[in-house]
Design a protein around this ligand. Sequence first.
Ligand code: PLP
Length: 214
Amino acid sequence: MIFDNLKRVNSRIDSIEHNQEVQLIAVTKTRSTAEIQEAVNAGQVHFGENYLQESLDKISFFKEKNLIWHFIGPIQSNKTALIAENFDWVHSVDRLKIAKRLSDQRDPGLGELNILIQINIDEEQSKSGLLLNNVNEIISEVNDLPNISLRGFMCIPSPKNSANSFSEMANLISKYPFLDSLSMGMSSDLELAIERGATLVRVGTDIFGQRSYN
Ligand SMILES: *Cc1c(COP(=O)(O)O)cnc(C)c1O
């Protein structure tokens, strides 16, 4: 099932005309190593996790496979060391303090940690992320930090407004020509996101089925 689902999601991506390179991130929160293994067998390389504790066993289980791990959940500052040590990308940086800690705690021997700034694009109380108006004041400081590489932005829009929000994100990144990555689009709206310039789409449900949290 996971094999066929991945094929279907990849052909949805291919069906949208785009000039940018698009990476599919398989979002594996609540999923077992057996489910991840099926995706790995089908050729999937990029994986996304929301919860540090749950992710560490999975990352170490697949150590030999050279997978690329993306941290996409809210970040508490006491978790930054383990995130810096275990992940390749962090999509959910929403304040300078977190970027500084990741920079300080990243082992230079691992190479630069790729960073995205999460934008609360629809200014929803329930969501984390920086407000659009506050991006410009931190961006050069984040960009100057050692051991991390600022690559772009991530958002989780309100479902009712996703087309608009994706366009605003495209507009935002166009102001910073040194950035190249936009993480946006999930199971239900990945086509819209790719049309508007997404380079990283994060898909859980349409690969692994509905999540149950118990
Ligand atoms: C869970 C999650 C996803 C995947 O969502 P689906 O609707 O299951 O595809 C993507 N991004 C983030 C930040 C998530 O927490």
